[in-house]
Design a protein around this ligand. Sequence first.
Ligand code: GLA
Length: 755
Amino acid sequence: RLLIWEEDMLIVKKFGGSSVADKERIFKLDTPNTSYLLGIVDEENFIGHIYYGKRLQGHDIAYRMRTQEAPFVPSQNNRERCSFYDCFPFEYPTAGLGDYRESCLSVRTMGGYLGCNLSYVSHRILEGKPQLEGLPATFADKETATTLELTCVDSHIGMKALLYYTAFCDTDVITRSVKIINEGTQAFYLTKVLSACLDMDNQDYEMISLHGSWARERHIQRKKVGYGIQKVSSFRGESSHQDHPFLALVSPNTTQEMGEVYAMNFVYSGNFQAQAEVSQFDSIRMSMGIHPENFCWKLEQGESFQAPEVVMVYSSQGLDGMTTAFHHLYKRHLIRGEYKDKKRPILINNWEATYFDFNEDKLVALIGEAKHLGVDMFLLDDGWFANKYPRSSDHQGLGDWTETADKLPNGIGKLTAEAKKQGVKFGIWIEPEMVNPKSELYEKHKDWVIRFPNREEYYFRNQLVLDLSNPAVQDHVFGVVDQLMTKYPDIAFFKWDCNSPITNIYSTYLKGKQTHLYIDYVRGLYKVLERVKAKYPNLPMMLCAGGGGRSDFEALKYFTEFWPSDNTDPIERLFIQWGFSQVFPSKTLCAHVTTWNKKTSVKFRTDVAMMCKLGFDIKMDDLTNDEQTYCRQAVQEYNRLKPVILEGDLYRLVSPYEGEREHTSSMYISKDKSNAVVFAFDIHPRYGERLLPVRLQGLEANRMYKVKEINLMPGAWPSLGGNDQVYSGEYLMTVGLGLFTGQDLSSRIIEVSAQ
Ligand code: GLA
């Protein structure tokens, strides 16, 4: 397979023929089901986009730059420069010459000149994937990827740009990134450096983005793309609750299983923009990269700037095809090696059970509950630290990472020992990038805080962000983990929180380079996380940012899982988890059973949480005996089914966003297609509604499968028609199962096992 792929992978061809084609070179990148073509054209050696879509077998001269034949070029013989720029499908457009669509690169020289232009000079074909300088990114060896590196220059400025394209052979993904190098005699300013662009003909595309807010993360938004720019973005210093660094263009008829999708996802945790622009000529430009707001990078002579990576996916099989590509990329090329095969611990968290109101006895009792429930770990949340300003609320103490003596007189050590005694692991919450102004850290190190020296401070959740561009602050943040681990080596897990975007944007450390701060912050964070990873390679960590405020691909290089949302109302979670699932696999998404929305049964709440990485954040004592028994059984069932739910392939069967939001269903299936777990939920069925069977997916048509309803409350009987019976895969996929009922807020889990 590899050989065929390598042979086909990249063809550099010089075509003879017409005067234009004569100068044209075409590069073709293939993934298993997609091809990407770009070419060098014109005496100025522009790099133009030719094709991205279903895999092409031929290497035909007909694949030429669209504009050469486009009717809108004013004169066929004499292409007027300006119109040419403005309609040419650039691979990496630059600003200031005559392309009036939004560019990817803009530059200002020391003399104040604007405008730049890139011409191709040479290329290299690299086996595998080169490491991006100073940035986490996807990885691949020579068995699984090949990289095309194009070198281009603007000789007026002395600027070199390296454009990277990596094609993967085991998943339908092409990644892109850009490196700008100053080879001139003077410094210059980069005022915008995006990472990828796709110029195509507009086919009446619609755009899908994952929009939200605190406690309403990753809701799916789909709308028609009209003329002009439509964009999603963040300049909060984090990838944000509001918009995920993801954008998909889809055909109007695209569904879960059918139709075309062009998607981009950014491997970066800071400011970003992703946009689609429809031009006067009905072309569409899709682009993604670092948000230019408050960005201006001084590139000294000899220095380089590496922009983060964009993951591009083309699917002709609807959103499911896109999701499969993203999930495979994560599992094969992004996840930290040490965690690939690790079992994810089921944990019980004390946050919603106690909030800040706990002491040693309460925690010891909760650790006992963890054992009783049968979970793997107890996680101690916020509120355990600080003495001068004890962390009794979110108004104080952040930054002072020693145990509050009157709450925990025997320290964390007592708790890790208690956990050990009960046979469960111990995890702990930290928020090391932040500080409350009411803290000893703030009093001692105001210069470590991102804040204006000359303005009143503005607080988000009563706190400020530490200046990670400063190496001393990096040491401090690393030290929070390191000191805890050194003192209490039995800590087995961290929940790393981050509850404020960057506010009051000023760094004492950066002095005259304030426009570097957003970038240097993220780079500083990566440096810290690299150190944590190097010293504690087997330490799993959950990333939280007041819920899902920093859940992005980059974070997955360091964290095993996200806390997707503080909203644990199971109905809301059905929508939130559906949104997250577009991009992230279930094993990266924590879902806890809590007391949010008591109108829903404990079974409904647990069934929703079992679709992702199950956990609990509830006082078991508050549950009835039956509910407690049910939860214990659910933990056992989950442990048994984990390999399918967390490692299997996801098929989304019925969207909660469809119709009037009455029902939803999804399933996971093992790689060998012998085991599946189907989840079905009735949210708000309508009176007298006709309940259609749900067709399963991904099974083998000619295999026989037994279907069995599981996860029942003690004493309850299965209500699935045809329960415990055997059906062919074909039947289940064409006729389906009657999974839905007319009863509000009911849920079912069905196990499907090959016979
Ligand atoms: C954030 C998190 C919660 C919890 C609190 C603690 O809001 O999202 O899960 O950890 O902080 O203060």
